[in-house]
Design a protein around this ligand. Structure first.
Ligand code: ADP
Ligand code: MG
Length: 353
């Protein structure tokens, strides 16, 4: 062995730990905006506006008409692991909110400059709040605002040099990823109006996404992708087990896309947009059997009892573990095989909301 002196083990400085961990929750622009949009949805908003300056590089803002934040929460709002959504580990099994880890606002503080404007129905006037990089409230003043919350993040990643450079270099790619992610929320959220605008250079702000807040998946697909895309889809329904099912829309066998479009496949588990690489691979493979030249658009909603799936796998909650993944995949394979192999496909057309 090489001669190495046994080093002393020390605790890492709290501020450093905070910055290291924050970089795992907020990976990029889209995960930052995702956290804010999810907070707005959790707050019961029916209107959410995402405003970007220079594709989010300079600043971004999420404005909602949700329940607002009450004054007794102002001090702890951006502290690490402070949440109004989860009190006990067991709550994880019956979780109805997107958030539960109390990490988003504290991480955004660590990685950029966070300010909040908020008002609940019990206040006659709103409050503007600023937080420092450790999540401590540094200033508070009254301002005018309707009930709801606006969160603004300036200079994201300015204190993570490598990430910041990546962010600037790949800004168009980051922006595309963000739009695709917002599309996922626009598809799944019912009765929520979503608007995203971007202002770049000296030009006026342009509308990137605008939905009306429809109440059905079908109408949301038409709003996001247009009628011509929708008419190339067919409804799918597969009962995966006694208590698990999947429903949604898939490309008709002759009407897929010319190339592999990762941004045209959307998977949801109990209303949460997630990454499902194994399901995506399976869908592509089975579609290939019916149409070897194209790839399918897929918009699929899985309904699984919350106690049978674990969303607490990665800090960004995009990964899901199922207690019985292999039988779910097998049932899905059989269901989709039937759909794509028979001309009188066995999908159900009723019951689509
Ligand atoms: P989490 O969502 O996991 O609870 P966050 O750091 O995202 O953690 O948010 C911390 C808390 O701040 C939330 O639990 C919620 O009470 C409050 N909050 C954040 N954003 C909003 C919002 N847009 N409207 C109302 N409350 C909010
Ligand atoms: Mg949250």
């Amino acid at each position: 062995t090489r001669p190495v002196d046994s080093p002393t083990i020390r605790a890492i400085n709290k501020g450093v730990v905070h910055r290291i961990c924050a970089g795992q929750v907020i990976l990029d622009l889209s995960s930052a905006v995702k956290e804010l949009v999810e907070n707005s949805l959790d707050a019961g908003a029916t209107s959410i506006e995402i405003v970007l300056k220079e594709y989010g590089q300079e600043w971004f803002q999420v404005i909602d008409n949700g329940c607002g934040i009450s004054p007794n929460n102002f001090k702890v709002l951006a502290l690490k692991h402070h949440t109004s959504k989860l009190a006990d580990f067991h709550d994880l099994q019956s979780l109805a909110t997107f958030g539960f880890r109390g990490e988003a606002l504290s991480s955004l503080c660590a990685l950029g400059d966070l300010t909040v404007e908020t008002r609940t129905i019990n206040e006659s006037v709103a409050t503007h709040l600023s937080y420092d990089h450790t999540g401590v409230l540094t200033s508070e003043r009254k301002t005018a605002r309707q009930v709801g919350t606006t969160v603004t993040v300036k200079k994201l990643f300015s204190n993570l040099p490598v990430r910041s450079k990546e962010f600037c270099r790949n800004i168009r790619k980051e922006y595309g990823k963000l739009i695709s992610l917002l599309n996922a929320y626009a598809l799944i959220a019912k009765g929520v109006r979503l608007v995203c605008t971007n202002a770049a250079g000296k030009s006026a702000k342009s509308v990137v996404l605008k939905t009306q807040g429809s109440n059905s998946l079908k109408d949301n697909i038409i709003t996001v992708f247009g009628m011509s895309t929708f008419s190339c889809l067919e409804p799918v329904y597969v009962q995966l087990s006694n208590c698990c099912k999947v429903d949604g829309f898939l490309s008709k066998s002759g009407q897929g896309c010319g190339r592999s479009l990762g941004d045209r496949q959307f998977y949801f588990v109990n209303g949460r947009p997630v990454d499902m690489p194994k399901v995506s691979k399976l869908v592509n493979e089975l579609y290939k059997g019916a149409n070897s030249r194209q790839y399918p658009i897929a918009i699929m909603k899985f309904t699984v009892p919350t106690k049978e799936c674990d969303v607490n796998v990665t800090p960004d909650k995009r990964k899901i573990f199922f207690s019985d993944e292999s039988s779910i995949l097998l049932a899905l394979r059989e269901g989709l095989q039937q759909i794509y192999s028979s001309s009188n496909a066995c999908y159900s057309v009723n019951n689509f909301d």
